[in-house]
Write a new protein. Structure first.
Length: 263
C-alpha cells in the first residue's frame, strides 16, 4: 500500500504530514518508486474494480463573495484579527471544546475527483475512526497518540504520530486556535462561518478550511484540506449524532488481522 496512494490532500485541511511513517509500514511493491517522505493527511487508495468516480459536489465556497463578510491573509502570512473576527474564532473554539462523542457519514472527494463514502466516529480528546465503504475495507483510526491507516484486504498498515497531523488542532483536550494556529481566512454569512487556518507547528504544515453552519446551532458540516503540493481533499459530513456514547475500544489500534470493519 503506497503512501502516495494512501495520502492525498486532507485532514479529519486538516493540513499536511511531513514526518515519515513509523517503523512497521509496508515497503512499496517491487519496481515502484519509494514514496516521498512528505505525507499529506491520509486518504485511502482507490481500489481496483471500484466504481467510476462521481462528479464532485459543488463547493460551499462557491457562495463566497456575495453577502459575505470575508477577509483573507496575504500568502504566507496570517490575519491580524479584529474584535469581530476574534469572537468568531472563539465560537469555533467553543464548538470543538464542547464536542464529546460524534458519529455520522462522510463523502470524501480527492484532488483527482475520486469520491469515497463511509462512516466516522469521534471521541475527544484525540480519538477518531473513519471506516470506508466497500469495496475499500480501509480504516483510518487514531487512539489519541498515533494515527494508523489500515488496509484489511492487503493486511498492512502505515502509522504516524497524531501530533504530526493537522487533526491535533481540533481534537486536543483544550482547543485554542488563536494560540495554536495561524488564521488565514475568516468569512461569515447569515447561516455559515468559514475559517481557514494553518498549524503554527512546523511539523504539520498545510492548510485546512472549515465550513460550519450557524442555524439552528453551530455545526461542522465540511472541511477542505490543502497539502504542501497544493492538492485539495474535501470531506462532507451528514447524519450527525452526538447522543450515542461511543465505546473507547472502537478507537484502539489493533493488529490489522484483528481489527473489525465497521462499514
Amino acid at each position: 500500500m503506497r503512501r502516495s496512494n494512501l495520502a492525498a490532500a486532507a485532514g479529519l485541511a486538516l493540513a499536511i504530514l511531513t514526518a515519515p511513517a513509523h517503523a512497521g509500514a509496508n515497503a512499496p511493491p517491487a519496481g515502484e518508486q519509494p514514496a516521498a517522505t512528505a505525507v499529506p493527511a491520509p486518504v485511502p487508495a482507490t481500489r481496483p474494480g471500484a466504481a467510476a468516480p462521481e462528479k464532485p459536489a459543488e463547493s460551499n465556497a462557491a457562495a463566497e463573495g456575495s453577502g459575505w463578510n470575508a477577509e483573507v491573509a496575504t500568502p504566507g502570512g496570517a490575519l491580524v484579527l479584529n474584535d469581530t473576527q476574534t469572537e468568531l474564532v472563539k465560537k469555533v473554539n467553543g464548538y470543538f471544546n464542547a464536542l464529546g462523542d460524534l458519529k455520522g457519514a462522510f463523502v470524501q472527494t480527492t484532488a483527482d475527483n475520486k469520491r469515497m463514502r463511509g462512516k466516522f466516529m469521534v471521541k475527544r480528546p484525540g480519538r477518531f475512526r473513519f471506516d470506508y465503504a466497500r469495496p475499500s475495507r480501509q480504516i483510518i483510526i487514531s487512539d489519541g497518540e498515533y494515527l494508523a491507516i489500515q488496509d484489511l484486504d492487503l493486511n498492512n498498515e502505515d502509522r504516524v504520530a497524531l501530533d504530526q497531523t493537522p487533526f491535533r488542532l481540533l481534537l486536543r483536550k483544550d482547543v485554542d486556535l488563536i494560540r495554536d494556529a495561524k488564521i488565514m481566512e475568516v468569512q461569515e454569512s447569515d447561516d455559515q462561518i468559514i475559517l481557514a487556518l494553518r498549524d503554527k507547528s512546523p511539523d504539520a504544515p498545510g492548510k485546512i478550511k472549515l465550513f460550519m453552519t450557524k442555524t439552528p446551532e453551530l455545526v461542522l458540516k465540511e472541511w477542505l484540506t490543502t497539502d504542501a503540493q497544493g492538492l485539495d481533499t474535501r470531506v462532507e459530513l451528514s447524519d450527525l449524532t452526538t447522543s450515542e456514547k461511543l465505546d473507547a475500544k472502537l478507537f484502539k489500534i489493533e493488529a490489522v488481522s484483528l481489527n473489525k470493519f465497521h462499514p
